[in-house]
Design a protein around this ligand. Structure first.
Ligand SMILES: [Zn+2]
Length: 455
């Protein structure tokens, strides 16, 4: 027996180990990875053959080449291909559709993408990914047609619009103001028709509203709503803050709010209440009153509003209030409701039914129920001494919603009556005028139905 004789089991083991290591290296190294490139196309399955296609290809070992082809019913059109000397881990492509495809009548087309990676796997050929993406071709813009609308809109006021929108793949439809505010629209009367109340926010100098419709393929249509604009001058008043007021009502409120905790200076307290607390309270109001149902309605009726009997107007909607202390301007705000006063703790009886969507305390607005009357129209009752309804309840017209009071930022017993259209405070006076309602709401609906029935 000799050790040097024959094959040593140790040498065999080393060789075997080397082979295993080599296999493991190939198996786990990026160089030999076996994952095919990942191909993604940014798409919802619709294409208007105008928008460029956004494609991304990613691979661990890098992309060696790719090829993008458009397959129509009659031909295959090469869109783009590329070979990389230095493989890239990620390739982002923006590919324009060919002009020739735009004139085709195909309802669907496919985009075929082939990508090869730089892996040494597959006998150095790399991994190949081949993907086909099918698109519904939609080159047509939605068709819009304004059926009927209020003749005019006043600064701070409301208007009604009814229109038709036609598209096979309608995705989104809304009304847009020049200040970017969007109003939702509600299906109306028959399929393809929509209705919306819109508003000219009091802080906007000018007003322009358009219906906008977009389909899934990205085609957009815009139609301007022809409204006669009526400017309105709102009162600007300078109010001198007295020490009595600051040390009384303001000190009381400051004690209550989170924003004014630890703040001792009465002027600072007033500023915080008039600006920060107000903004927070109004944000809540706007949130609650921005909702609109998407159920189809066949009519919308509203009675002249007058929530407080034998009431005197004590402050108007839209007053721009500038506050001064010792000759210096401290703060300013807009009064976004109509203040009505009669007896103390008088019954508040709204004339229109609806759903109670809020019945709670809201900062400077005090106890404040809000009623949703449908079509984005809401009424709000501020500074109440007590609320007689609960959130979530149905409200029947002419019942008592609350009693007037002076909760929140109020000096005497009164009702702060607010009317909102999809989160925008509007002139309550319009909704308190039977003639205005008839001209701007009822008649617009009536004439729209006549036109729709003929359609
Ligand atoms: Zn008020």
């Amino acid at each position: 027996m000799s050790r040097s004789n024959g094959k040593s089991p140790l040498g065999g083991m080393i060789l075997f180990g080397l082979v295993i290591t080599g296999v493991l290296f190939v198996y786990f190294s990026t160089m030999f990875e076996r994952d095919e490139p990942i191909i993604n196309v940014k798409s919802n399955g619709y294409w208007n053959l105008k928008e460029p296609l956004k494609i991304s290809i990613a691979d661990k070992s890098g992309i060696k080449s790719y090829k993008v082809t458009l397959k129509t019913s009659s031909e295959a059109i090469a869109l783009q291909n590329e070979q990389f000397i230095t493989p890239e881990n990620e390739v982002s492509l923006v590919i324009k559709p060919p002009r020739t495809a735009y004139s085709m009548k195909d309802k669907t087309m496919s985009v075929v993408i082939e990508a090869v990676d730089a892996s040494k796997w597959n006998f150095l050929n790399g991994n190949v990914a081949l993907k086909e993406f099918k698109f519904n071709i939609d080159k047509k813009r939605p068709h819009l047609n304004i059926v009927s609308n209020s003749y005019k809109i006043s600064k701070g006021g409301s208007a009604l619009v009814i229109f038709k929108a036609d598209d096979e793949n309608l995705q989104d439809i809304y009304i847009e103001l020049s200040n970017d505010k969007k109003f939702k629209v509600q299906p109306f009367y028959k399929e393809g028709f929509y209705i919306a109340l819109i508003a000219w926010p009091i802080i906007d100098k000018s007003f322009k509203a358009s219906v906008v419709a977009r389909d899934y393929a990205g085609n957009i249509a815009k139609s301007y709503i022809p409204l006669y604009l009526k400017q309105k001058n709102y009162k600007v008043s300078s109010i001198r803050l007295s020490d009595r007021f600051l040390k009384g009502k303001i000190a009381d409120l400051a004690y209550e709010y989170v924003e004014t905790q630890g703040v001792e200076d009465p002027i600072e307290q007033f500023k915080l209440i008039n600006e920060d607390v107000r903004a927070k309270n109004e944000r809540l109001i706007h949130d609650i009153t921005s909702k609109l149902s998407d159920e189809m309605i066949s009519d919308f009726k509203v009675d002249k509003m007058y929530p407080l009997k034998n009431a005197k107007v004590v402050a108007r909607f839209g007053d721009h209030r500038k506050y001064f202390y010792k000759g210096k301007k401290i703060s300013e705000s807009y009064h976004l409701g109509l203040d009505l006063a009669s007896n103390a703790m008088a019954n508040i009886k709204p004339q229109n039914s609806g759903e109670v969507v809020f019945a709670d305390y809201n900062g400077i607005y005090g106890n404040m129920p809000i009623i949703d009357h449908g079509l984005g129209l809401y009424t709000l009752y501020g500074h109440c001494s007590s609320i007689k309804v609960n959130s979530g309840e149905h409200f029947n017209a002419k019942e008592i919603v609350a009693n007037t009071g002076l909760t929140g930022y109020a000096m005497g017993d009164h009702l702060h009556f607010g009317v909102l259209v999809q989160g925008v405070e509007v002139r309550p006076q319009e909704w308190m005028d039977r003639e205005w309602i008839k001209l701007n709401i009822s008649n617009v609906i009536k004439s729209a139905k006549k036109i729709i029935d003929r359609d």
